[in-house]
Ligand binder design. Structure first.
Ligand code: PTJ
Length: 253
């Protein structure tokens, strides 16, 4: 970490930047990962860097969908592994859910690096490794179409944080419930997913864990089903946009 006093107003954000820059140097991240991170930061700024009510609403629906799933899978890319590996492992354990590496810019070296990050965070079973079986996902081309037969391929609910639009669209077209975490409510991923959490992944995953622990006590499946049924993603994304507008109006006064 560069010399940065903890009382610096942008301390948390600078810590994350440093983590990402180091991970890039270690070869864990894609060439454009830092650009993706910067875009996320910009949206986080205009959301007041806080989890808002619309995000909490989506987090509740996502948690219920994950609890109801027969085969939930957490799909992990470079950015997600660097920003949230420990929380991802915790989430996979409490559900339980499978963890699968899926990279947009897939190279064998990066797959191994991401695997190492997940192992260091405590993951024991990881799908999508080099040499693992895979089947092509309809609607995607090349290495990006790889899906593990026991993982994303047969999953009913998939969490795909910080994803690209094509993949989210392809998974939805295959009839899967797609949950994403994306700070940009206008991205194609955000717009096409089944449940979109417009929040920073570093805040959202711990909140999903908290919500799942709460909902786990829920004795009736009906209640979880009605949480998912009543959730309207389009309306919820519109609320996120409204909250951005309100925040900017307040700041502009
Ligand atoms: O590791 P790979 O090869 O799979 O590549 C990963 C990246 C993220 C580089 C790749 O999937 C990509 O280029 O993604 P995009 O199309 O830039 O989309 C990433 C989305 O995540 C953008 O809409 C960002 O606003 C959003 N985002 C970035 N950082 C965060 C975030 N959302 C939530 N929390 C963040 N910390």
């Amino acid at each position: 970490m560069h010399d940065m006093p903890p009382n610096h107003p942008r301390y948390q954000s600078l810590l994350l930047r440093d983590k990402m820059a180091n991970a890039y140097k270690e070869g864990i991240l894609a060439d454009t990962a830092l650009i993706a991170h910067g875009r996320g930061e910009a949206f986080d700024y205009i959301l007041g860097e806080k989890t808002n009510v619309a995000a909490l609403n989506a987090i509740k629906a996502a948690s219920a969908a994950l609890l109801l799933a027969k085969n939930p899978v957490l799909s992990i890319n470079g950015n997600t592994s660097v920003l949230a590996a420990e929380d991802i492992v915790k989430l996979a354990q409490i559900l339980p859910a499978k963890v699968e590496i899926n990279l947009f810019y897939r190279t064998p070296q990066r797959v191994m690096k991401v695997e190492e990050v997940l192992r260091k965070a405590g993951a024991t079973e990881i799908l999508g490794k080099e040499g693992d079986d895979y089947l092509p996902l309809e609607g995607l081309e090349g290495p990006r179409s790889r899906a593990h037969p026991e993982g994303v391929y047969k999953a009913d609910v998939v969490l795909v944080p910080l994803e690209d639009g094509d993949r989210a669209e392809a998974l939805v077209a295959l009839g899967k419930t797609v949950i994403t975490i994306d700070l940009n409510p206008l991205s194609r991923t955000a717009q096409t997913s089944s449940i979109t959490i417009v929040d920073n992944i570093v805040r959202a995953i711990p909140l999903i864990i908290e919500e799942i622990n709460k909902l786990k006590g829920c004795p009736v499946v009906d209640e979880l089903e009605s949480i998912v049924r009543e959730f309207d993603n389009k309306r919820n994304i519109a609320s996120s946009l409204q909250l951005i507008v309100q925040y900017l109006e307040r700041e502009g006064k």
